[in-house]
Design a protein around this ligand. Structure first.
Ligand SMILES: [Zn+2]
Length: 342
């Protein structure tokens, strides 16, 4: 990527209404069987077209081929029983009914590789594919087999590495691991969370990213954010370890966020996907607002390592709002690029 300040999105994009109910997180598919396969591919094509039209440089899969960013991946693994459900606390925050690990986990066949090949064929732009991170995966399950969060995380890391290597071979340029759990279990992140993530990227030659975040705008997250005060310094506890890791890029939120920007100094040297678009609001940012966030961040990130991005996924937004936000991101990045002489 030669462009200065290449734009990207952190994760999901709204799905078309014929595929799944819009403006709703994790809404079920409206199609089945071969129609669903075709529908997902059409949605990928649409998501690509909308990103290109908005001037986004690094094309994301927009999570068009998955219902949930963690569960859909786990559904394809053996050793997990989706009938045997238990209620657990997700990220120490809210109760959810989750499947159980009942046996050794394995990946009998590739999960997203065919989808990635399909997207790869349609664009010359760099493409980014998202997978759940090991720690976030174990946090979304009841473990009745390994009886150890760490052990299960290492097993998932091995499986993720298999999938990542095949995604790389399919032509994916950046593989991103979503780790919202990194923002909660600080001791575990430092003890083994980052180590398992490094196991997941072992041997990869493509770029790798980790997305850490304060979550979508669901009520449990909104309540949690209210409890955090005005200075969200959680990243302080994990950034030093991430800085020395093998991960190439870090994706984090900055727009309308209480994350103090100076914390980004702690990962100096990494490429940073800077969230300059608030995904918890329907208000479309102006290009000038985006530019303003990017200018501030430039104090802590070298220009050649800054990727203007969204705070998190945009699945819960209307397609119209999401489109507006993508255009604002692109226009805002163009302003700062011109200022930098790029
Ligand atoms: Zn996120």
């Amino acid at each position: 990527m030669n462009t200065l300040l290449p734009t990207a999105t952190a994760g999901s994009l709204p799905k078309p209404s014929w595929l799944a109910q819009p403006e709703k997180l994790w809404s079920p598919w409206k199609l089945e069987g071969d129609e669903l396969i075709e529908g997902k591919q059409d949605a990928l094509t649409l998501a690509l077209a909308e990103q290109l039209q908005a001037g986004i440089d690094i094309i994301s899969d927009g999570e068009q081929t998955r219902q949930h960013f963690v569960t859909t991946f786990i559904e394809h693994l053996s050793g997990v029983d989706f009938e045997k459900r238990k209620t657990v606390k997700i990220r120490d925050r809210y109760d959810a009914s989750v499947p159980s690990v009942v046996d050794a986990v394995a990946r009998p066949k590739p999960v997203f590789v065919e989808d990635a090949k399909y997207l790869r064929k349609q664009t010359k732009n760099p493409i980014k594919w998202a997978l759940p991170g090991p720690m976030t995966m174990i946090d979304t399950l009841y473990d009745g087999h390994y009886q150890s969060r760490e052990k299960l995380a290492w097993e998932f890391a091995k499986i993720l590495n298999q999938e990542a290597k095949e995604l790389e071979a399919a032509g994916v340029d950046i593989i991103q691991f979503d780790e919202p759990a990194f923002n909660v279990f600080f001791d575990e992140v430092n003890d083994w969370g980052i180590a398992t993530l490094e196991r997941a990227i072992e041997g990869l030659k493509c770029q790798t990213a980790v997305h850490i975040c304060y979550g979508y705008g669901i009520q449990a997250n909104i309540d949690w954010k209210k409890s955090l005060g005005s200075r969200w310094s959680q990243y302080e506890k994990i950034f030093p370890k991430i800085q020395t890791s093998n991960i190439d890029l870090v994706s984090l939120e900055c727009q309308n966020s209480h994350v103090p920007m100076d914390l980004i100094e702690l990962i100096r040297g990494k490429k940073v996907m800077v969230g300059a678009i608030d995904v918890a609001s329907n208000k479309v940012e102006t290009p000038e607002e985006v530019a303003d966030t990017l200018r501030k961040v430039l104090q802590f990130v070298d220009a050649d390592k800054l990727l203007p991005c969204t705070n998190c996924g945009m699945a819960p937004l209307s397609r119209n709002v999401a489109r507006g936000k993508l255009q604002a991101l692109s226009a805002g990045a163009a302003i700062v690029r011109a200022e930098l002489g790029g």
